[in-house]
Structure formats: structure tokens, C-alpha cells
Design a protein around this ligand. Structure first.
Ligand SMILES: Cc1cc2nc3c(=O)[nH]c(=O)nc-3n(C[C@H](O)[C@H](O)[C@H](O)COP(=O)(O)O)c2cc1C
Length: 372
């Protein structure tokens, strides 16, 4: 026989005691995010409580929101003493390593490389993480390696240690932050203030956002802007800018350069298909690749970012290039040059400047600009 919510309330009291004795739980010592970067909020909600909590998070944090939806519509997980929900959780408990144990969900398309932080908000079902959220993490948890993971759980009364265990099992290489946020159903009306307190505790507020890391690569004739992802390799490259290096041809679809010091990379780095415009690190050789033709996934080829301006110029880069931070960009592309010649950078005296990385006044595309 399954324990009732009343029995679970008693269990919850015991788990609170355990927490007070130094156990891992909602009141454990804070482990702060402190790294900034973009945030993704992934949530699932059956009766709406987590949805309310998720929107409280979304209203206080600059974040992208993704709602998980079961593929089978219209199921009442609470009917017949929670029979369907209970069966789904039992299936997962029996064979947690079998993909067939997890109920299907609607497809989600998330580019995890864009996020440093992921907040998972889920209801508790029979002491565990709600089954649809488990499905999502079973298929995507490995892509959250090295990311800061915030865990938010809603339950009627049960303690959340089982849900924490599920998160640790399904996102084994995530940096799961403490404390977790536990909001009981009856507290949903206070979600806004509870979320605010929690975000402060984990040092995870919108002021932490670093904004986009954008870099400009130019040879004096062509100028290309890439937006970097939040991976350790992208941060490593960004940290060594500005650089002046030689660009080389490789194969029929790549321009490459070798940074003077090694670009470091960690388990969070991502391999994947590289469409034209992808910036990547080929870690076995240590070179950075700018693709002007598509390439497939390759071992150790880690995606660093993608082009956002000047894609056509990649194939024509030659000679010495300047790789520099592009700070304070508005997202509005610069004036488009009619010809390669027009896109060159000149000094006010009319002489051609190989690059404009030192402070001064330059002419570009017929317009004057000041590099501070
Ligand atoms: C299938 C199912 C099982 C549940 N099991 C528990 C439980 O074991 N303990 C508990 O305190 N609440 C349990 N609940 C209640 C939910 O955790 C709680 O109502 C939560 O706020 C629901 O979030 P939602 O409104 O976003 O779906 C269960 C709910 C469902 C549907």
C-alpha cells in the first residue's frame, strides 16, 4: 500500500530533522552561482503550482523559459488515488537506466551552449521528481555538465530529498546549487517573495548576468563578429583577447588560427554539427576554426560560438588578423560595406590601418568611429 500524504507529512518532519543535523537538504549551506551568464528555466506543472513559481522566477530573472509537456495529452495523473502518476514513477524506479521507463514528452529544442545556469522547477510525485521532468533530464542532463543548476520543488507536504536524488542521478555532472527551493502547494501564493529570497541566497540574480561575449575578427578588409557560448573553452579564448595572429587556410571550408597560448576546455564543452559561420576549437591541435562551409561533428571539435555579422567575409580572411572583444554591441549590425575595399579601416590621415584595436579615431565604411 502506498503511504498517504499524512504519513508523508510525518516523513517530511523526519527529513527536516535530518537537515537540522547537517544532512543535505533545503536548508543546507548555500553554494553560490557567482559566475553570471545566461539562465534557462525548465519547468513542468500539472495543476499549475510550478507554473506560478516559474513565472515568479521569470519575472525576477532575465531567463529563457521552457515548459515540458507530456506527449500524451489529457491524462489525469491524480485520478484514482494518483494511479497514473504512481505507475509512471514506479516504472522509473524499477529501471531508471532504461529509456523505455520514461513517459514520452513533446520534443524540445534547446541549445545548451547558450546557458551557464539552468533552473529546474518541478512538482514532487510520490517522493520523486514528476515523471515528465525526469524524462527531460534523462535525455538532456548530460548537456548540463558543468552548469550551475538551481532546483525548485513543489509538493503538498513531502520533503524533497527524493527529488534532489533524482536531479543528482539525472544531471550527474551539474553543479547543483544549495540551498534548493522547496515551496509547498499551500505556499504558492508566496512564491514571488520565496523565489526572491532564494535567488539572493544562491547569488543568482539578474545583476549577475554578464551579457553576451562577442568577438570581432578582422584583417583590415573583412570584419566578422561572433557571439560566443558560455563554455569554459569560449571563456578561455575570450580571456586572452586581444590577439594578433596569422590566419591560415585549412581544407575547403575552414579558416584557422593558433592562439599563442593554449585554449583550455572542460567537460562542459560541446561537440556537434558545425554549420557555416560556426566558431570552434579543434582541441587536439589547439587551433581555432572559423567555418565558411558546413562540417559534421568531430571528436574534440568544440563549438565556441556562431557568427552574427559579416559571415561572408570568413572565406576571404587573409594575412594577419586581429581578434578582439566586441564590447557594448547593441545587436544592430554595423553599416554594410559595398565592397571589401570600403570595409577597410583607415586612420583620419587616410592611411590604411591594419586593425583598430588601440584607442583612436578611425574611418570605416565611410563613417568615423572612436575606439576607446
Ligand atoms: C501523481 C502525483 C503524485 C503526488 N505525490 C505527492 C507526494 O508524494 N507528496 C506530496 O507532498 N505531494 C504530492 N503530490 C502533490 C504535488 O506535489 C503538489 O500538488 C504540487 O504542488 C503540484 O505541482 P503542480 O501544480 O505544478 O503540478 C502529488 C501530485 C501528483 C499529481
Amino acid at each position: 500500500m502506498k503511504p498517504t500524504f499524512f504519513n508523508r507529512l510525518v516523513l517530511a518532519a523526519f527529513s527536516l530533522l535530518a537537515i537540522a543535523c547537517g544532512g543535505k537538504g533545503a536548508e543546507a549551506t548555500a553554494q553560490t552561482a557567482g559566475t553570471g551568464g545566461r539562465t534557462l528555466v525548465v519547468y513542468y506543472s500539472f495543476t499549475g503550482n510550478v507554473k506560478t513559481i516559474a513565472s515568479a522566477i521569470g519575472s525576477q530573472l532575465e531567463a529563457d523559459m521552457v515548459e515540458i509537456q507530456p506527449a500524451e495529452k489529457g491524462l489525469d495523473y491524480a485520478a484514482d488515488n494518483y494511479a497514473i502518476g504512481s505507475r509512471l514513477i514506479d516504472d522509473i524506479r524499477r529501471s531508471p537506466n532504461d529509456a523505455g521507463s520514461y513517459p514520452a514528452i513533446d520534443a524540445v529544442d534547446i541549445d545548451f551552449s547558450r546557458y551557464a545556469n539552468v533552473i529546474i522547477a518541478t512538482p514532487l510525485w510520490w517522493g520523486n521528481m514528476a515523471a515528465p521532468m525526469q524524462t527531460f533530464l534523462y535525455h538532456n542532463g548530460s548537456q548540463m555538465a558543468g552548469k550551475n543548476i538551481g532546483l525548485v520543488v513543489s509538493s503538498a507536504s513531502s520533503g524533497i530529498s527524493g527529488v534532489v536524488g533524482d536531479a543528482e542521478r539525472l544531471v550527474p555532472a551539474g553543479n547543483i546549487l544549495l540551498p534548493h527551493l522547496w515551496i509547498r502547494s499551500a505556499q504558492t501564493g508566496r512564491a514571488r517573495e520565496m523565489v526572491k529570497e532564494w535567488l539572493d541566497k544562491i547569488n543568482f540574480n539578474s545583476n549577475q548576468q554578464t551579457g553576451n561575449m562577442r568577438i570581432k575578427i578582422s584583417d583590415g578588409n573583412h570584419s566578422i563578429v561572433f557571439e560566443l557560448n558560455e563554455t569554459s573553452a569560449a571563456k578561455s579564448l575570450y580571456g586572452m583577447l586581444p590577439l594578433e595572429v596569422k590566419v591560415e587556410n585549412y581544407s575547403t571550408n575552414e579558416k584557422i588560427f593558433y592562439p599563442p597560448t593554449t585554449v583550455s576546455f572542460g567537460a562542459d564543452c560541446i561537440e556537434g554539427d558545425c554549420p557555416a559561420g560556426t566558431l570552434a576549437l579543434f582541441s587536439p591541435w589547439g587551433n581555432v576554426v572559423m567555418f565558411y562551409g558546413a562540417a559534421g561533428r568531430y571528436n574534440g571539435l568544440y563549438i565556441l560560438g556562431k557568427v552574427i555579422d559579416g559571415a561572408d567575409g570568413i572565406r576571404n580572411l587573409s594575412g594577419t588578423i586581429c581578434v578582439e572583444k566586441q564590447e557594448g554591441m547593441t545587436g544592430i549590425g554595423g553599416p554594410k560595406a559595398d565592397t571589401d575595399k570600403a570595409s577597410a579601416v583607415y586612420r583620419p590621415d587616410g592611411s590604411r590601418a591594419p586593425k583598430a584595436d588601440t584607442a583612436g579615431v578611425y574611418i570605416h565604411g565611410g563613417k568615423k568611429f572612436v575606439k576607446r
